[in-house]
Ligand binder design. Sequence first.
Ligand SMILES: [Zn+2]
Length: 670
Amino acid sequence: MLRNKLYYAIKPVLPVPMRRGVRRWFAVRQRRKVGAIWPIFPGSETPPPGWPGWPEGKKFAFVLTHDVEGRGGLEKCRRLMELEMKWGFRSSFNFIPEGDYKVSKELRDHLVSSGFEVGVHDLYHDGKLYKSRAAFAASAAGINRYLRQWDAVGFRSAFMHHNLPWLHDLNISYDASTFDTDPFEPQPDSVRTIFPFWVPAPNQRGYVELPYTLPQDSTLFLILGETDGDIWRKKLDWIAEHGGMALIDSHPDYMDFSGGKSPLQEYPVSLYDEFLQYVGAKYKGLFWHVTPRDVAAWVRTHTPAAPLAHPPASAPLVVKGSGKKIWIDLDNTPHVPLFAPVVHELSRRGYEVVLTARDAFQVCELAAKKNLHCLKIGRHHGKNKFLKVAGLFYRAAQLAPVALREKPVIGLSHGSRSQIILCNLLGIPTILMADYEFAKYPPLMRPTWEMAPEVIPDAALSCPSDRIKKYPGIKEDIYVPDFRCDPNLPGELGLDPASIVAVVRPPATEAHYHNPEAEKLFARFMDRACSTEGVRVVLLPRNKKQGDAIRSSSPQWFAGQRTIIPKGAVDGLNLIWHSDLVVSGGGTMNREAAALRVPVYSVFRGKIGAVDLQLQQEGRLILVQTLEDVDRIALTRRARSSPDGLSSPPTLARVVDHIIDVVENCAAVS
Ligand SMILES: [Zn+2]
């Protein structure tokens, strides 16, 4: 919010084109980063539970709204009305009650008598509406007065600022200050649904929230510099396909009706005109077109027993204020599959989850594949010890705005030191999931709570016993039972079904626990596998740099395609399943293979943790310690039985129970 505060403090002294220039500068840079969540937010197309479909069996809803920002916009209202009526459309015009213009009763009456709607847009439109709870309550009285005078039932804040719980102060039947996804707005948290939803109040009154789901005209044409309506059309097609609500917010102020003077401040109205024509022609008879007040009335009356309250069950991230918020930081690749079912289960039980991800290894790519929506923050800082430690603190600082804005009640990770550092500084309790007791957590990086497999003794963990939670099995049992075999994978990787496939993960040369002996074991195995007839190696380097280094130091392993490095992120469990053996220098892949009952050899040469010792005792993991051990690894094909027989231990349920227990009962302990 600091950037916002600064912006609104200096905004009055900036001329309009310069203001827009500043926003444009940010937006163009931001656009490169937001491709995964804008203009479409994956998952936002899932209807809320009990969604009844649109009236009259229509496929989707099409709703037009306008905010009138200044005198220039006010003067263009009638022309805009005419343009819309030409195609048979009606819209709602939101006016600022106490801005730099006064909307006449005559214009309001003209709108309403022509089938349009009038709504209230903020009060002063100065960006300060939500400055404090008390200030909002005072403004609410003023807004309610205008709602009454204008006979309006709808509201939208200036700058799409929003705080849904406070809006219960207003006598509205709907609010339209949110959006399904719009990372370009000053308060970019989105509601991630293309459906209207009910915002319940303790006193049963409540209101309907109507997020806009098509990008604003100003964003597209003035800030991003788009020159056609392609994004509108594509998004509309997608909303229509999923039966959602296409709601647009456009501004007469920025529409040029008279032929181009100032491309920084106006765009040709033909862009809007053509879009209306497109919708009318392509979807004739298929959409429900009314003004927002009718949508709100319909949502309210058609869901009397079970209002369509947020959150939709499937959306992993939900609107503020609906429950306690849990922040999960994904800082390495294995955390993605591990936390995906945890996030899902927490959402199902009504908790909000905020996800951040470090831009390292393939974390973000894998998260997108799992439909996890995370904020990408920080990167990997390589091998240099000083840089690594500095990097932890630097990333902690980068995470600070998210923590301050989202105000989670707890931070959860599988070893994100940056998250723990920041939470410790901000007084937010943390839960660290640990499955290797020799990882080091110096004082500032110590978690409040620790969660670990039962096999690790309390004494080996860094928290006192009363802050330790234990779960049965190993952490891989949380997600491996959900494994679904993908029979196409070997073909996609170009693997011959007759060959013996060894999946190999080199030792983590950049990790704090690295031991150079592991590299010798790894090299010995590679030499052996690549000179044995019929063996193919699928090599999974930790990152591109490691892959390049191996390729250039040992080109012989890659001769004749004996070793391949898959392009892009591969589903690790499927790769393991389709292999005959796994040789790995690191923890997670070993245990995934063990959980899938695939022969697995560990060349890890650091201190062996309790989990691996247990797996070794059970005969599910073989610890390779000498070069002779490497030569004893059996290079043979294994029988691939069905993965369905894998048992499904109660690990996930227990882990989520523990998280909720800490959140509800113990989070205040510090
Ligand atoms: Zn406005």
